[in-house]
Structures are given as structure tokens and as C-alpha cells.
Design a protein around this ligand. Structure first.
Ligand SMILES: Nc1ncnc2c1ncn2[C@@H]1O[C@H](COP(=O)(O)OP(=O)(O)O)[C@@H](O)[C@H]1O
Ligand SMILES: [Mg+2]
Length: 240
């Protein structure tokens, strides 16, 4: 699923953002990546989605060799993952509905299915009634939730989220994390970068601490939130 071997990333200005990282993440894992600002967390995610290329080492993601992947194959890699960017990356001219539908239209999904799934993910993130708004008519937290909905809509095998609760109040953060745990419980791999230690303690699971570009700790603590059966099957039904 994800395999990194002695990976380093040196940016063109000489900053070594990651040094000699090795780790594996299996299908179905729920992983928190934590660490202080500037630790290399976003760089780590950027290597996984091939937004940046590693300077040294081996990286494999969902069957793709990231050191050899051709540019024309990158869209196929990205279709295996739902990505929540730290800076949202919504399209300003499009409505909330169209921003979310965009990824499904790109793969030629029928409009009827698109409507159904978009409605479902919109309600998952609590944005009912905002479908016709444009991003500049939303708060930061609402934009973040649109970006999460967009990541979920194609039922990816993996979700990669960079500070997905960074602009959201604690109660909503907790609700969003619960949704991610529910989605994880039907097999989707989830990788969440956060600096919110409280949230991590609250949920448990695998926690990788990155500091100064290195893995400081990689541990599993007991999972504390177990989603109710019904919420999982609800999701399954509408989304499949
Ligand atoms: N494009 C870039 N060019 C040069 N240095 C960068 C670039 N992006 C990030 N960095 C540097 O790499 C280090 C890690 O950054 P980043 O991965 O964004 O950390 P985090 O997400 O943990 O806050 C920081 O020192 C940052 O300044
Ligand atoms: Mg970051």
C-alpha cells in the first residue's frame, strides 16, 4: 500500500525537509501524523501524492513506484486517493456542488449518481443548504468541509488529509474525525496530519511523530472511538 525506504527530501534551496524516513502503511490502517510546524509533515504527504519528488530512497504508493512514475500516470495514482489540502484548493468560480462533483465528472460518472453521492457527502460534513454557494461566500471551516466532501465523493481506497480540522471548532472537529473513523471501518486507509494532540489522544490508533524531518516515534495506542454499526451501513448503502 505505502512503502518508504530511506527517503530524504531536499528542497532546491537546500532545506532538508525529510531525512532517511522508512515506514510502511497497510491497507485499512488509520494513521495520525503529528509533529511541530516545519517538521516535514506536509512534505511527507506531498511525496505520497507525487506533488513533490523524493531526493533519495524508494517510495511505493498503491502499486505505483513514485521514483519512476510517468507524468501521464499521475492522474491515475491520484484517483486512488482522496486528498484534503491544508489550503483547501477549491475552484473559486464553481459552486460547492460543482466543486465536489468535479472529481466524479472527471471520471465520467453519470449525473444521477453524482447527485446522490454529492448530497450524501454534503450531509456527512454538515453543509446542507450551502450547495449553491461559492467558496468566497463560506467561512474557512466551511471551505475545509467542502474540501473533505470532495475527497470522499469518489470512494477512494485511501484518504490523505493535511490538517483537515485546522479551521474548524473543536465540536465539529470531533464530528469530522468520527466520520473518518466510520469510513475507515469499511476498509478505507486514512492518513491524517494534525497538530491537535488532544484529538489524537481522543481517538487513538497508530501515531507517527515527525520531528526535524525524522520519525521520532511510531506507536499504536488503543482505539477509543468505535463507530455504531448502523452509521457504517448507512454510509455503505448510499455511497456504493
Ligand atoms: N517548497 C519548499 N521549498 C523550500 N523549503 C520548503 C518548501 N516547502 C517546505 N519547506 C521547508 O521544509 C520544512 C518542512 O516543511 P513542511 O513539510 O511544510 O512542514 P510541516 O507541514 O510539518 O509544517 C520546513 O523547514 C519548510 O520551511
Ligand atoms: Mg504542513
Amino acid at each position: 500500500m505505502i512503502h518508504l525506504e530511506n527517503v530524504s527530501k531536499v528542497y532546491p534551496n537546500g532545506t532538508e525537509a525529510l531525512s532517511n524516513i522508512s515506514l510502511d502503511i497497510e491497507q485499512g490502517e488509520f494513521v495520525f501524523i503529528v509533529g511541530p510546524s516545519g517538521a516535514g509533515k506536509s512534505t511527507f504527504l506531498k511525496l505520497l501524492i507525487h506533488e513533490e519528488k523524493a531526493s533519495f530512497g524508494k517510495i511505493k504508493v498503491n502499486g505505483y513506484d513514485m521514483m519512476k512514475i510517468k507524468n501521464r500516470k499521475v492522474p491515475y495514482l491520484r484517483r486512488t486517493m482522496g486528498i484534503v489540502f491544508q489550503d483547501f484548493r477549491l475552484i473559486d468560480k464553481m459552486t460547492v456542488f460543482d466543486n465536489i462533483a468535479f472529481a466524479m465528472r472527471a471520471i465520467g460518472a453519470p449525473e444521477k449518481i453524482i447527485k446522490k453521492r454529492v448530497a450524501h457527502v454534503v450531509s456527512l460534513v454538515g453543509l446542507e443548504g450551502k450547495e449553491k454557494c461559492r467558496p468566497n461566500e463560506l467561512s474557512g471551516g466551511e471551505q475545509q468541509r467542502v474540501s473533505l466532501a470532495r475527497a470522499l465523493v469518489n470512494k477512494p481506497e485511501m484518504i490523505i488529509a493535511d490538517e483537515p480540522t485546522g479551521n474548524i471548532d473543536p465540536k465539529m472537529s470531533f464530528e469530522i474525525m468520527k466520520k473518518l473513523v466510520e469510513i475507515n471501518s469499511r476498509g478505507t486507509t486514512i492518513i491524517v496530519v494534525t497538530h491537535e494532540h488532544e484529538l489524537v489522544r481522543e481517538f487513538g490508533g497508530r501515531i507517527i511523530i515527525i520531528n526535524g524531518g525524522m520519525i521520532e516515534r511510531d506507536e499504536k495506542i488503543p482505539t477509543k472511538y468505535h463507530p455504531p454499526e448502523s452509521s457504517v451501513s448507512d454510509f455503505e448503502e448510499v455511497i456504493s
